[in-house]
Design a protein around this ligand. Structure first.
Ligand code: F6P
Length: 366
């Protein structure tokens, strides 16, 4: 009798609403094929210690489709090619533990790994694939900055949360005739800021792709004031920066870690106050954009990605990533998915929409 196929799934990097939906779809679709599924806990770290794995069946994925987070846990500190270790002097060093992953993969009798993650996790997946591990990637990130797919799940939920926050800020901004700056996530891409800003009726949107001139933002605010609109909402991507200036980071970055962005909304609020004299307040939405229930759009996309990953394994395919090219789910080579960061194209329809509606993107001339 042929051996039952045994596949594994992990979730790596920052969490994104919809991860549990992918896990559910993978487990149900694999079960339908008569396969076993092993959950790898805490990103790739769970493959360094075979005790950090958990069998996943129908019972384990019951009632999770609407839950944020991930039942497998995640980590953005466990790159097996650059694994942090404490040196004897207390400093942090890095070692390559990728061979242990390959060994444990074989020891666990796995056929394919479904790696769910963003750019960092996909780069690791690509390198493990080069070492001979059959991998199917599933893209996730609220930032929507992965090339190869038009959208990642998590993005729609983050935009919905940010839009809801902008809606709420309108009434208090108007009541007090204030300017609010609202900082949203997105790292080096302005997708969340642009989409939430346009959908939420913001007056100015500052994104990393367009370094801003504070005078252009203030002109917009004062022009509104002259029309009797004494309040304004300015959406600021965490990676936004002034013309000729730098992004704002929160604190010292730990060795080997991504820099942590944060604080630009407060800076923009200060600059607006200094330049226009308007009373300003700043709000940082932070991880609220990542937590909680995925929208139905993200759930469906995540379920489709999960089912597609299993379908591809059934077809004997690997070293590819599932991707959305509306209305279809298709595949791209893993290396294609990580080749470049997908930022907002300046000639995109949404950028044009913002400009044509008279929003400031921080680069208008007088
Ligand atoms: O990549 C997702 C993201 O939420 C970014 O938008 C943000 O810059 C970063 O992760 C925050 O990372 P952490 O959860 O490690 O603070």
């Amino acid at each position: 009798m042929p051996r039952r196929k045994r596949i594994a799934i992990n979730t790596g990097g920052g969490d994104a609403p919809g991860l549990n939906a992918v896990i559910r779809a993978v487990v149900l679709a694999a079960d339908h094929q008569g396969w076993e599924v092993l959950g790898i806990q805490r990103g790739y770290t769970g493959l360094l210690d075979t005790h950090e794995t958990v069998p996943l069946g129908r019972d384990e994925v019951r009632g999770i489709v609407h839950l944020g987070g991930t039942i497998l846990g995640t980590s953005n500190r466990g790159d097996p090619f650059h694994f942090p270790v404490e040196n004897t002097d207390g400093s942090t060093g890095f070692v390559d533990r990728s061979d242990e992953i390959v060994e444990n993969f074989g020891r666990l009798g796995l056929d394919t790994l479904i790696a769910v993650g963003g750019d960092g996790s996909m780069k690791i997946a690509q390198k493990l694939a080069e070492k001979g591990l059959p991998i199917v990637g599933v893209p996730k990130t609220i930032d929507n900055d992965l090339s190869g797919t038009v959208v990642t799940f998590g993005f729609n939920t983050a935009v919905s949360v940010a839009t809801g926050a902008i809606d709420r800020l309108h009434s208090t901004a108007e009541a007090h005739e204030r300017v609010f700056t609202v900082e949203v996530m997105g790292r080096y891409a302005g997708w969340i800021a642009l989409h939430a800003g346009v959908a939420g009726g913001a007056d100015a949107i500052l994104i990393p792709e367009i370094p801003y001139d504070i005078d252009a933002v203030c002109r917009k605010i004062l022009e509104r004031q002259a029309r009797g609109r004494r309040f304004s909402i300015v959406v600021v991507a965490e990676g936004a920066r002034p013309r000729g200036g730098d992004m704002v980071t929160k604190h010292e970055t730990d060795p080997g870690q991504e820099i942590v962005l944060g604080g630009i909304a407060e800076r923009v609020a200060r600059e607006i106050h200094q330049t226009s004299g308007k009373e300003t307040r700043s709000v940082v939405l932070g991880h609220l954009q990542r937590g909680g229930r995925p929208t139905s759009y993200d759930r469906l996309l995540a379920l489709r990605f999960g089912a597609a990953a299993v379908r591809l394994i059934a077809e004997g395919r690997s070293n590819i990533m599932v991707a959305l090219d509306p209305p279809n789910v298709l595949t791209v080579p893993l290396e294609e998915a990580t080749r470049r960061m997908k930022t907002v194209p300046l000639d995109s329809d949404t950028v044009m929409t913002a400009r044509e509606m008279g929003l400031s993107l921080g680069d208008e001339t007088e």
